[in-house]
Design a binder for this molecule. Structure first.
Ligand code: NOJ
Ligand code: CA
Length: 701
C-alpha cells in the first residue's frame, strides 16, 4: 500500500511538471494542457472546482503523410495577456471589452519527420478559444487535412439544444435532448429542405448550446472561419465525447488544403453560469482580427421593407413570364401578370416606406433568370445581376427611392452557382455603385454547382468570404442567405452585416410541418444568435394569412413579433408584411419607432428555449427598447427598470391581450402608455407563444 502511494505521488509530480496551465483573468476558468506517454497532446477545462471538459486529445489526419497526433514534445511555451476596448462601427453595443490570458505551446515530433505544430489557448471570463498553427517547416509544406480530430470530452449527459451537422444548410428546427439521445441521422430527408441537405454523420452544427444538470451553460462554436472547412461536432452518445468533423468535398476527397504557415479557426467554448451571459459574450468576436476596412459609415443600419413576403405567400412570383426555357426567353417575353417586382409595385412600396420612416426597400425578382430557378440542374450562367426584367425600370425605381429618402436593397440570388456569380461580381457591384446602393441580399438556394461541393466546405467558405471582401471595394455590405455560418468576421470586415443561416420567418409561409414552433426564437436567441446578426424578418402582423395560405401560419402572437425587433439582433431588420396589414394598426407604431443600431444591450432574464428579455439603448438618442418573448408557455415576468438612467421615460407597452394565444387568438394586443423611472418595476404578462415590446422615450427634464 505504501509503495503504491509513493509511486502515485512521483508520477503525479512528474505529470505536474509537464502540465501547462492558464486561467481566465477572474481565475474562474482554467485550462490544462499536456502530453500523454505517447506524446499525444490533450487539454482539460475547469470552471471553479468542476471539470467541464475532461481529457480531450488534439490531432490531425493528413493525406499522403502520417497523422499529426503522437510522438510530440513541448519545445517552447509562453503566456501573455490582453485587456483592451474596441468600438463597433455599428452593432448591439458601442464598446467591446476584450480581456484574456493566452498560453501558446510549440510542439515538435521527437523523431521521424520532426514536424511542428503549435496550440494557442485564450481564456476569457466567459469561456475559452484555442487554435492550431502550422508553422513554416521543411517536412510539412502543403497540408492536406483529411480529418481534424479535436475532442471535447463532456463531463455529463447535458441537455443539448442542437441542429444536425448538415453540410449544406442550417435551416433545421432546433432540437432539445440529452447528449446521449442526439440522433442527427433521423433529421435526414426533411421535405422542407428538399433542395439541399446532407447529414453524413451523427454530428451537430455549431453553435451548439448545452445546460448541465448543475446549471452551468456551455456553447461550442468556432471563430474566424477563413480558408478552412466549417466544423461540425460528431457525437459519441456513449462516451459523451464530441469530435470535430470538418465539412468535406466529394470533388477533392479531403477536408482542407493549405500551405504552411497557416492557422486554423478558433475552437470556442462559452462557459457561463447564467443563460443570459451566453448572449452577453463577445468572445467569438474578440477572437477575430480588428477592422480591416476602416470607415464603413457608407453602411447605415436600417429597417427595410421588401417585395418579398408576397412571393412566399404565393400572391406574386419572382419570375416575370413563366417561360422556363432560357434559350427562348427574351427581354420581350410577355409578363404573365403575377410578377412582384414591377416598377409600379416598387414605387408604391417606396411610398409606404417613406411614410413610415423606413429607410430601405428590398426588391427580389427584379433581374432575369427566375423562370429557370428552383428544380433546374443547369443553373450555371442563368442569372445575371445587371439585367432587369422588362416590367421593372431599375433606373426609375432607384431615382424615385432617392427622391423619397428610401434606399433600394439589391438582390442577388446566385442559385448556388458561385462560379457564375464570381464572374459577374465586378459588373454587379459596379452597377450598385453607380446607383449608390450599399446593401446586397444574396442567396444560395440549391445544390452547389459543381456537384460534390457543399455550402459549408472550404471552397464555399472561400467564396462567401471573398465575395464580401470584393463587395467592400465597392462600398457594398452583404446579407447572405443560405450562407456560411457567422464566426465573428464582422469585426474584421464590418460590411458583413447580417445573414440567414437558420429557419427564418419564411418557413411559416410554406413549411409542410406547421412552421416554426412557438419555442423557436427563445431557442434561436441562445444558439444561432450567439454566432452573429440574423436576418430573421420579424414583424408579420397577418399571423394566419388565410387569404393566401390557409394551411400555414405564424406560431406566435403579434406582441411576440414586435418583441423580435429587440430580441433578435441585426443592423438591418425587415418590415416584411404586406403594407395593407400594417396600415391602421396601432401596434405598427412600435415598428416605426424601434431602431437597429445600439449603444448598449442588457439581457435581463432568460432560459434557453423558454423565454428571454433584452433591453437595448438607441445609439443615436437616449431612448431604450425592450423585447420579451416566451415559448408555448404563458408566463409573468417582473422587469426591474434599473437599467434605465436617471430621469423619466414615456413607456409604450405592447402586451398580449388578456385572452391572447399564439394559435387561438394571436393578434389580441393591449397597448398602454405610462411614465416610468429606473426605480420602477414592470409586470409583463406573456401569453402562450407571446411576448411584450416596450419603447422608452426619454422625457425632457
Ligand atoms: C431563400 C431566401 O432565404 C429567401 O429570403 C429568398 O426570398 C429566396 N431564397 C429567393 O432568393
Ligand atoms: Ca433560406
Amino acid at each position: 500500500m505504501k509503495f503504491f502511494i509513493i509511486v502515485l505521488s512521483v508520477f503525479g509530480l512528474h505529470a505536474q511538471e509537464n502540465i501547462q496551465n492558464i486561467s481566465s483573468p477572474d481565475a474562474a476558468i482554467r485550462v490544462n494542457f499536456s502530453l500523454d506517454e505517447e506524446g499525444r497532446p490533450f487539454y482539460l477545462v475547469f470552471h471553479k472546482d468542476q471539470t467541464v471538459i475532461d481529457t480531450s486529445f488534439l490531432g490531425f489526419d493528413l493525406k499522403d503523410a502520417p497523422s499529426l497526433s503522437t510522438n510530440f514534445e513541448i519545445i517552447n511555451s509562453g503566456t501573455s495577456s490582453l485587456k483592451e476596448t474596441w468600438k463597433m462601427p455599428w452593432g448591439e453595443q458601442l464598446e467591446v471589452e476584450n480581456n484574456y490570458n493566452e498560453l501558446k505551446i510549440d510542439l515538435a515530433e521527437k523523431s521521424g519527420l520532426k514536424r511542428k505544430l503549435s496550440v494557442t489557448f485564450r481564456v476569457f471570463n466567459d469561456g475559452i478559444g484555442f487554435k492550431y498553427d502550422f508553422p513554416e517547416q521543411e517536412n510539412l509544406k502543403e497540408v492536406i487535412i483529411t480529418d481534424e480530430n479535436t475532442e471535447f470530452a463532456l463531463t455529463g449527459d447535458h441537455t443539448a439544444f442542437w441542429t444536425p451537422g448538415d453540410w449544406d444548410i442550417y435551416e433545421h428546427l432546433i432540437n432539445t435532448s440529452r447528449v446521449s439521445k442526439i440522433n442527427a441521422i433521423t433529421k435526414r430527408g426533411d421535405p422542407n429542405l428538399g433542395q439541399h441537405t446532407y447529414i453524413p454523420e451523427n454530428a451537430v452544427n455549431t453553435p451548439v448550446t448545452m445546460k448541465a444538470d448543475n446549471g452551468l451553460h456551455l456553447s461550442f462554436h468556432e471563430a474566424k472561419l477563413i480558408d478552412y472547412a466549417d466544423m461540425t461536432l460528431k457525437v459519441d452518445t456513449i462516451s459523451l465525447k464530441l469530435t470535430s468533423e470538418l465539412v468535406g468535398s466529394e470533388i477533392t476527397g479531403y477536408k482542407v488544403k493549405r500551405t504552411a504557415p497557416f492557422e486554423t479557426p478558433w475552437r470556442t467554448i462559452l462557459i457561463t453560469e447564467k443563460a443570459t451571459e451566453l448572449i452577453d459574450s463577445k468572445l467569438v468576436l474578440n477572437l477575430n482580427d480588428p477592422n480591416k476596412l476602416g470607415d464603413v459609415s457608407w453602411f447605415k443600419p436600417t429597417k427595410y421593407t421588401g417585395i418579398w413576403w408576397e412571393m412566399h405567400l404565393g400572391k406574386s412570383t419572382w419570375d416575370m413570364s413563366g417561360e422556363q426555357d432560357m434559350t427562348t426567353f427574351t427581354k420581350a417575353s410577355k409578363p404573365h401578370g403575377k410578377h412582384g417586382a414591377t416598377t409600379e409595385n416598387a414605387k408604391n412600396l417606396i411610398d409606404f416606406s417613406a411614410a413610415n420612416g423606413i429607410g430601405a426597400m428590398l426588391v427580389e425578382g427584379w433581374n432575369t433568370g427566375w423562370e429557370h430557378w428552383i428544380g433546374f440542374e443547369d443553373r450555371e450562367g442563368v442569372f445575371d445581376f445587371v439585367t432587369p426584367y422588362a416590367d421593372y425600370d431599375l433606373d426609375e425605381v432607384v431615382k424615385y427611392g432617392k427622391s423619397k429618402g428610401v434606399a433600394i436593397v439589391m438582390h442577388h440570388e446566385t442559385s448556388a452557382a458561385p462560379r457564375t456569380y464570381e464572374q459577374q461580381l465586378d459588373s454587379a457591384y459596379a452597377l450598385m455603385q453607380k446607383y449608390d446602393m450599399h446593401v446586397v441580399k444574396s442567396g444560395y438556394v440549391g445544390k452547389i454547382i459543381p456537384k460534390g461541393e457543399y455550402h459549408h466546405g472550404q471552397w464555399m467558405v472561400n467564396h462567401y468570404n471573398n465575395v464580401a471582401i470584393r463587395a467592400a471595394d465597392y462600398e457594398v455590405a452583404v446579407n447572405a442567405h443560405e450562407p456560411i455560418k457567422a464566426t465573428g468576421l464582422r469585426r474584421t470586415y464590418p460590411n458583413i452585416i447580417s445573414r440567414e443561416g437558420l429557419r427564418g420567418q419564411e418557413f411559416n409561409a410554406w413549411a409542410s410541418d406547421g412552421g416554426n414552433p412557438p419555442e423557436h426564437l427563445p431557442l434561436v436567441a441562445f444558439t444561432r444568435m450567439l454566432a452573429g446578426p440574423i436576418d430573421f424578418t420579424p414583424g408579420i402582423f397577418d399571423i394566419k394569412f388565410d387569404k393566401y395560405k390557409p394551411e400555414n401560419q405564424v406560431n406566435t402572437t403579434l406582441a411576440h413579433q414586435l418583441a423580435l425587433y429587440v430580441v433578435i439582433y441585426s443592423p438591418i431588420q425587415m418590415v416584411p408584411d404586406l403594407p395593407e396589414n400594417y396600415i391602421g394598426q396601432p401596434a405598427f407604431q412600435f415598428i416605426r419607432d424601434v431602431v437597429t443600431d445600439w449603444k448598449q444591450t442588457k439581457v435581463l432574464n432568460g432560459e434557453v428555449g423558454d423565454f428571454v428579455t433584452i433591453a437595448r439603448e438607441d445609439r443615436n438618442s437616449d431612448n431604450w427598447f425592450l423585447g420579451s418573448i416566451t415559448d408555448e408557455n404563458a408566463r409573468e415576468l417582473e422587469i426591474n427598470l434599473d437599467f434605465l438612467p436617471e430621469g423619466n421615460f414615456k413607456a409604450i407597452i405592447y402586451q398580449d391581450g388578456e385572452n391572447a394565444h399564439w394559435d387561438d387568438n394571436p393578434t389580441h394586443i393591449d397597448i398602454k402608455e405610462q411614465v416610468v423611472a429606473n426605480s420602477d418595476k414592470l409586470k409583463l404578462k406573456l401569453a402562450a407563444g407571446g411576448g411584450a415590446a416596450v419603447s422608452f422615450e426619454k422625457l425632457a427634464e
